[in-house]
Design a protein around this ligand. Sequence first.
Ligand code: NAP
Length: 347
Amino acid sequence: MQYRKLGTTNIDVSAICLGSMTWGKQNTEAEAFAQIDYALDQGINFIDTAELYAVPPEAKTYGATETIIGNWLKRSGKRDEIVLASKVCGPTDWCPHIRGGKSKPDRTNIFTAIEGSLKRLQTDYIDLYQVHWPDRNTNYFGKLGYEAVDNEASTPIEETLAALNELVTQGKVRHIGISNETPWGTMQYLKLAETYDLPRIASIQNPYNLLNRSFEVGLAEIAHREQVGLLAYSPLAFGTLSGKYVDGALPQGSRLTLFSDRYSRYSNPEGVNATRRYVELAHESGITPAQMALAFVNGKSFVTANIIGATSMKQLKENIGSIDIALSDELLESIEAIHITQPNPCP
Ligand code: NAP
């Protein structure tokens, strides 16, 4: 395993982070425990979760993933060996089961959310507490371009930071991060932290994969120059980059088969076409499509960790194994050639 510094903190995190959002829905507690045990054996020390999980979000499974992780922490006694990341929701008008659909990253909601997370996780601190998505009208969750909207009501980032600062002071949170943020939002967090002596963000968790490299446009430079590294989520574009859905296949039990109405982000015609080309390229290169896609993410200098997700031990082994693969210059050039003709088909 490789290890990288988490922002300007003194924490070394594994370059592969274990994603968890299927635990409690597609995966049972026993399966999640087996995943965590195996990942730790492979040198992974970084687990990402959120109050929102399991996904797709629904009242029945809200907090279920954190509960599973908490049970594992209690059973194993290995809290000290894990860098544990969780998240507080952004505005939840589309999730009425979360604080009546009225959550946002203000002081009241952050204070309520952290108590729930700490209880479910059976710990008294979270290493990295992230704001899951912004509370303002901007471009994230599949929206590429920004469009201005007047008279929007949003929580000032300064209020969010001040609330998080209280949690850091209380020892409930060690470091803070953002997620689904834009270049403007990221720079605001940094500026306000410096101006008002508030906590500095250690990371930004955004989507990054062969079908969506929009992070490279404005955020990669910030990640590099400001030491706010990317925690790349959906590195397999919901599993599509494994090639399992090529030619319209819908394998039983897989995410897009189970939740086709919900997860269409990587299934538009341009994305499907680009996917086929990446999958063919991997096969020609004698590497599995999933490992090529993951090794591509692992190899980026602005990436602190690649947050993998798996629903089986076979997938988990293949995905963690990507850390031992370095893509040749020739293969990287072939990837660029596809990217240039079909850039970011699935933002
Ligand atoms: P992903 O890598 O794009 O998709 C993972 C899914 O692809 C698996 O659950 C599995 O689903 C399938 N898969 C994985 N490995 C495979 C393989 N080798 N061969 C074939 N299929 C494979 O990642 P993700 O699950 O979307 O996201 C990973 C983590 O990032 C999450 O657990 C979460 O911690 C984080 N995340 C954060 C946000 C955010 O807003 N901050 C959003 C999304 C995710 P099936 O078996 O069902 O096909």
